[in-house]
Design a protein around this ligand. Structure first.
Ligand code: AP5
Length: 217
């Protein structure tokens, strides 16, 4: 199964990608995670990307595209993958299509998680992530067993730097201006499948399973 996840910040792309990658044993590739790792390690990429990420802007195409395509080349994608957070601009989508054409990889579907701004805001302001293993929680929707402590590894849960209200609002604006254009782009390619990102995690997962069965994926 070869999927691209599209949707605003807080649509639940990362959460659903983890569930899907476990269920279907396929790779989950997140450019957001890749960039946060680079920032934490202080690499050249991290140093270049950090100022954009902190203010809620997209990392410019000339920084992100080649690095992501290189990474995809190294990954074994033959058994399927979920791309989460890439592409995010028309230019990224065009470059990705060209790279896949070269290697004869076809995308099965672009899952668009249509999500209301109110839901995105509530989810992002309540999101907490483990500073050690990156596991994702929500103070109300998906709370850890013990407040502030990761269920998986016992380390501290923290708020992401870009999950402050002002930065979230900026990210939502950037999404509308730059990334939402991909909805029409992939509709024209005949790949877009719209699902409701407002549903809870399990309900959305069940809906996706029905969709995959209908598409014989
Ligand atoms: P990235 O990490 O990709 O951020 P994003 O797209 O803004 O997505 P989020 O992680 O905020 O939301 P999500 O949809 O994954 O939601 P999640 O599942 O976590 O990118 C960060 C930054 O990196 C960007 O701003 C940009 O600067 C840069 N960047 C990355 N890729 C780039 C690219 N291609 N080009 C340029 N720049 C790039 O869920 C959110 C919360 O809700 C969690 O607390 C979760 O527990 C909860 N939740 C999830 N699903 C549900 C549900 N169904 N019901 C109830 N609660 C739920």
């Amino acid at each position: 199964m070869r999927l691209i996840l599209l949707g605003p910040p807080g649509a639940g792309k990362g959460t659903q990608a983890k569930v899907l990658s476990q269920e279907y044993k396929i790779r989950h590739i997140s450019t957001g995670d890749m960039l946060r790792e680079a920032v934490a390690e202080g690499t050249q990429l991290g140093l270049k990307a950090k100022p954009y990420m902190t203010k809620g802007a997209l990392v410019p195409d000339d920084i992100i595209i080649d690095i992501t395509l290189e990474r995809l080349k190294k990954d074994n994608l033959a058994n399927g993958f979920i791309l989460d957070g890439f592409p995010r601009t028309i230019e990224q989508a065009k470059r990705l299509s060209a790279a896949f054409k070269k290697t004869n990889l076809l995308i099965d579907a672009v899952l668009y998680f249509k999500t209301s701004e109110q839901i995105s805001l509530k989810r992002l302001t309540g999101r907490r992530v483990c500073e050690a293993c990156g596991a994702n929680f929500h103070i109300k929707n998906i709370p850890p067993k013990k407040e502030g402590v990761c269920d998986k590894c016992g380390n501290r849960l923290v708020q992401r730097d870009d999950d402050k209200v002002d930065t979230i609002l900026k990210r939502l604006k950037v999404y509308e201006a730059e990334t939402a254009l991909l909805i029409d782009y992939y509709k024209k390619e005949g790949l877009l499948e719209e699902v409701s990102g407002d549903l809870d995690v399990y309900e959305l997962f069940e809906n996706l399973k029905v969709l995959f069965a209908a598409k014989k994926l």
